[in-house]
Structures are given as structure tokens and as C-alpha cells.
Design a protein around this ligand. Structure first.
Ligand code: NDP
Length: 254
């Protein structure tokens, strides 16, 4: 593929995210607490999660590993971090969920497969076939973009995993109801898992300093900022005693 065609795809993908943001803000994505039968046929929640996330792991890995570019040492660090995140999200996180008997619409699974396919492709292809040794020499390890980026990635991942862990343990095995979380960053915001995920992919975009990394960050933001706002409203509607000072996704601000 010509580099110019590839970048056209990436910029078009960013444009799509910006274009649909107003829609996603209005319609709560119907999985988890917002699930509705109106979106057609349903699939087991756990199976849905594995299927949705698999392309992000497989497509990214295939395009990186089969890439025709230089694949300098630094790109292997980016590859490892991406795979580390997605092994958890695809193969470990769904098996830990306490959502027995719950379902999600197949339509959501298909949309997420498309989303993860494109993001996996543009990032895997970029790192495997376009990134050059001149762009990522070994000295890039001391570049502020790499250092700040990897710190953001690690910090965001820690916040995300810690929050996911708190949420999973709110229920005893077999339970499916909802409880107000009070530990960790939940003291300040309703959705530290989403907050952490956005920070994590900001770090990836910064350390790769690439338009595919930026595209994935934009999409993560477009997915998760509205989801956090919908969750926050849902908590306030359902729990009259929900902490008044708690924000949705950015401590003390939003
Ligand atoms: P949620 O916070 O909606 O749910 C996570 C899990 O915790 C679910 O099993 C949910 O159960 C359970 N849970 C949540 N709140 C409570 C509560 N108050 N009491 C009891 N159980 C609760 O997370 P998402 O489903 O939105 O996302 C899951 C992960 O995937 C997150 O880490 C998120 O960052 C990531 N993600 C990333 C995206 C991206 O674009 N990069 C897009 C979407 C998600 P139930 O399912 O029954 O509600």
C-alpha cells in the first residue's frame, strides 16, 4: 500500500470519530448497565467481550509481525505494550467479569469488531511496515516523548486495571446487581477505569508520536468520555445517596 493511501485512511478514520462523537454523546452504548433488547439479537456478555477485543490483539500482531519495514528495536517495545494490554482485555478481563447470565447485543459486538479491526490494522501496519529506524533510533529511548509517553501509558494502565479490579470485586460470584464503589479514585470520579484507559492511550500516542496512535486515542476518547457521562448520570438517577461531589471522569472538573 502507498504511504499516502495509508495516511488517507488514518485521517479519514479520525474524521469519522469526530463526526460520530455528537451521536455517541446522545445514545448510551447498549452494553453493561445500558443494555437494551431494542438492538436485536443478544450474545453472552463474556463471549461478546472476547470476540470484540480479539481483532485488536490479532490484527495488530499479524500486521506488525508480517510487516515489511525496518521494525527497529523501539517498535518492539510498542508492540509488547500493546499486546500486554490486549492479552488482558481480550483473554483475562472477560473471564474475570462477574456478569453471569448477562447478554449484550450482537450489533455492538460487530461494531466493536470493526472498530478494533481498523485500530489494530493502522497501528500494526504503521509499526510493522512504515516506521523507520531513522524515526526511532535507539537514542529515542531518552527522548521526552518516549519517556513521558511510557510513564503515561504505565500510569494509565495501573489506574485502569485497579479500577476494573475494584468494580469486579463489588459483586460476589453469581451476583449481578450494582453497588456504589467507594475505593481508590472512585472517591473522586464515577469512571476511573475509563479515565485510566484514556491516559494510557494518550501515552501510547505520545511515545509513538504517530497519527495511528493519535487516531486510537481520539477513538478511545470518543467512546469513553460519553460512556463515563452516561454511567455518572445513571448512578445519580439510581442511587439517591450518590456522593454529590463525585465527578464523572476528570477529578474535580467533569
Ligand atoms: P464498566 O465500568 O461499565 O463495567 C466494568 C465491569 O464492572 C462490568 O462487568 C460491570 O458489570 C461491572 N460494574 C461496573 N459498575 C459496577 C457497580 N457499580 N457495581 C457492580 N458491578 C459494576 O466498564 P465498560 O464495560 O465500559 O469497560 C470495561 C473496560 O473496557 C474498561 O477498562 C474500559 O476502559 C475498557 N474499554 C475500552 C474502550 C476503548 O475504546 N479503548 C471501549 C470500551 C471499554 P455490568 O456489565 O453488569 O454492568
Amino acid at each position: 500500500m502507498k504511504e499516502s493511501t495509508f495516511y488517507l485512511i488514518v485521517y479519514a478514520w479520525i474524521a469519522v470519530a469526530i463526526f460520530i462523537f455528537p451521536v455517541i454523546i446522545r445514545i448510551a452504548a447498549p452494553y453493561g448497565r445500558h443494555t437494551t433488547q431494542k438492538w436485536g439479537k443478544m450474545i453472552d456478555n463474556r463471549v461478546g467481550w472476547i470476540l470484540m477485543e480479539l481483532p485488536a490483539l490479532l490484527v495488530f500482531s499479524i500486521f506488525f509481525l508480517c510487516g515489511t519495514g525496518d521494525r527497529p528495536a523501539i517498535t518492539w517495545i510498542f508492540f509488547t505494550l500493546w499486546v500486554f494490554h490486549y492479552v488482558n482485555r481480550t483473554l483475562i478481563f472477560p473471564l474475570r467479569l462477574r456478569t453471569s447470565g448477562k447478554k449484550m447485543p450482537i450489533a455492538i459486538v460487530f461494531m466493536a469488531i470493526g472498530f478494533n479491526f481498523v485500530n489494530g490494522f493502522i497501528n500494526g501496519y504503521y509499526l510493522g511496515s512504515i516506521a523507520t529506524a531513522a524515526q526511532y533510533p535507539l537514542s529515542y529511548l531518552s527522548d521526552p516523548r518516549f519517556i513521558i509517553g511510557i510513564l503515561l501509558f504505565a500510569g494509565g494502565m495501573f489506574i485502569n486495571w485497579h479500577a476494573d479490579d475494584i468494580l469486579i470485586h463489588l459483586r460476589k460470584p453469581g451476583e449481578t446487581g450494582y453497588i456504589i464503589p467507594i475505593k481508590g479514585l472512585f472517591r473522586y470520579i464515577s469512571c476511573p477505569n475509563h479515565f485510566g484507559e484514556i491516559i494510557e492511550w494518550s501515552g501510547f500516542a505520545m511515545m509513538t508520536w504517530s497519527s495511528p496512535g493519535l487516531a486510537f486515542l481520539v477513538w478511545t476518547f470518543v467512546n469513553l468520555l460519553p460512556r463515563a457521562l452516561h454511567h455518572h448520570k445513571w448512578y445519580k438517577d439510581i442511587f439517591p445517596d450518590y456522593p454529590k461531589s463525585r465527578k464523572a471522569i476528570i477529578p474535580f472538573i467533569l
